[in-house]
Design a protein around this ligand. Structure first.
Ligand SMILES: Nc1ncnc2c1ncn2[C@@H]1O[C@H](COP(=O)(O)OP(=O)(O)OP(=O)(O)O)[C@@H](O)[C@H]1O
Ligand SMILES: [Mg+2]
Length: 242
């Protein structure tokens, strides 16, 4: 194979990100990357700055220093909407569906930037999450927690992102529903979409992670493959409950 310079660095790179919501920095030279088609997972204690790191990558938090690159292009100065146009999809931790709108209206809202025919993408989302096809005329607020998370993921897929960022996609769902959601996330990665997700279910998430990050107090504490982190005695003892 000929050398491909676009592969020189991972597809998504947040490098030495530093910044916060006010005077004090929450993120401290935090570096997060995800390569094409890879599943990267961020874990860490409550308040560690995981959601803040996701917001920084998506352009919802001004950085005091550091940079964000996508496909080799510096996007640090771009607004979230411009990042969506560049191929980023983001499912925030909370308020990630319009509860009074139907499932299908939520999906249509997700495609707000598109001018082409979105029907095919809606069908792809329904193929991925068949229950949503069944419930397409129901208000999203009437769905179970796991089904709502499917709507949120589906909505983000409507812009046909290259990288999908998920902040705690399995929050508040049963272990069975969690496993199902992880299986669908693996399906999404298999079609070539880069996944970056924050997870409270650290052990299960690291099991499917190509790359894992343990964030503590806004900084990188441990970085490795999912397997390396699962096998690391200190990570196990401190973050995975032994
Ligand atoms: N909008 C905000 N304004 C001010 N401070 C905030 C804001 N959001 C978060 N913080 C603070 O930033 C720090 C990191 O919060 P963040 O939500 O990124 O943590 P997290 O790792 O996602 O936690 P959790 O596991 O609870 O979701 C916390 O001290 C939090 O109180
Ligand atoms: Mg969070």
């Amino acid at each position: 194979m000929s050398p491909d310079t676009t592969q020189a660095e991972p597809y998504l790179v947040g490098e030495a990100m530093t910044g916060g919501y006010g005077a004090a920095d929450i993120l401290k030279t935090c570096t997060i990357t995800a390569a094409k088609g890879e599943i990267a997972v961020i874990v860490g204690p409550n308040g560690a700055g995981k959601s803040t790191a996701m917001k920084a990558l998506f352009g919802m938090l001004p950085l005091r220093s550091g940079s964000v690159r996508l496909g080799g292009e510096d996007i640090t100065a771009l607004q979230p909407q411009q990042r969506v146009a560049k191929g980023m999809g983001f499912v925030p931790q909370t308020h990630n569906v319009f509860t009074s709108m139907t499932v299908e209206e939520n999906l249509e809202m997700g495609a707000f930037l598109r001018r082409d025919d979105i029907r095919k993408t809606i069908e792809q989302v329904y193929d991925l999450f068949p229950i949503l096809r069944e419930k397409r005329r129901q208000p999203a607020g009437e769905l179970s927690g796991g089904q709502r998370q499917q709507v949120a993921v589906g909505r983000a897929l409507m812009t046909e992102p290259q990288v999908l960022m998920l902040d705690e996609p399995t929050a508040g769902v049963s272990p069975i529903v969690m496993d199902e959601l992880f299986d669908r996330i693996i399906d999404v990665a298999r079609i070539g979409i880069t996944i970056l997700m924050v997870e409270q279910n650290a052990r299960q998430a690291l099991e499917i992670a190509d790359r894992g990050y343990v964030l503590v107090q806004g900084g990188n504490r441990f970085t490795g493959s999912g397997r390396e982190l699962l096998d690391n005695p200190e990570v196990r003892r401190t973050f995975l409950g032994g």
